[in-house]
Design a protein around this ligand. Structure first.
Ligand SMILES: [Fe+2]
Ligand SMILES: [Fe+2]
Length: 216
């Protein structure tokens, strides 16, 4: 018997949800798995995607790239799934060995995502690898600086730190929008504006009302 083609009426394709829905359902599954291990939970990655898209709009990227970035950015911490148990969920500052292990979530995430050839997953791999690189060269895993860091990763770096500051963690309370903005734009000894692309910080400033209103 000839198997029905994917496109035939009543074939597999007819029973599949539209691609957007299928994609989102697949992501939900990945988020659910990732959030089992990650105390940040499933909402942080989604908000990072939303905020990165607003910043992308502010620096002049077209809507199709904003959408691509929102989806890709939501996978930035997926490598945390592959970390050994016990590295995540610390209630205190990590010791150097635990910190070194934690930093591997960048390389591990890229290693997962780079296997998928779809362009948005390739972008997600780049973001996973480089979202902790810093404009001043003090980041990881490589220590790239300035425009050697891909723009997508520079956008996600700001979105990620902003959202992390606004979120409750096992070791700290959430801050309000004004406190988070002050720490990003003025620095506090641990986080400082030198680590971010000045053009992206400027975008954050210009679009702060919209970013503050992202649902949480
Ligand atoms: Fe991360
Ligand atoms: Fe994150």
């Amino acid at each position: 018997m000839v198997p029905p083609t994917l496109a035939a009426p009543g074939g597999i394709a007819a029973r599949l949800p539209p691609i957007g829905e299928a994609h989102d359902a697949a992501l939900e599954g990945l988020f659910a798995r990732a959030s089992l291990a990650d105390p940040e939970g499933p909402d942080h990655p989604k908000r990072v995607g939303q905020i990165a898209a607003i910043l992308a709009d502010a620096v002049g990227l077209p809507p199709d790239l904003q959408e691509l970035l929102a989806r890709a950015a939501a996978l930035h911490d997926i490598g945390k799934m592959s970390l050994p148990e016990g590295v995540l969920g610390h209630r205190h500052v990590l010791d150097p060995e635990a910190r070194r292990q934690m930093e591997r979530h960048t390389v591990l995430g890229a290693g997962i995502l780079a296997h998928v050839r779809a362009p948005w997953m390739q972008l997600a791999a780049v973001i996973a690898l480089m979202h902790h690189e810093r404009w001043d060269g003090s980041g990881y895993p490589v220590g790239l600086a300035g425009e050697d860091i891909p723009l997508a990763a520079r956008l996600v770096a700001v979105a990620d730190v902003y959202d992390a500051l606004r979120s409750d963690r096992p070791y700290k309370d959430a801050q309000d929008h004004g406190q988070a903005m002050a720490r990003l734009l003025e620095g506090d000894g641990r986080i400082g504006p030198a680590q971010f692309d000045p053009a992206v910080l400027d975008a954050l400033r210009r679009r702060e009302a919209e970013i503050a209103a992202v649902e949480r």
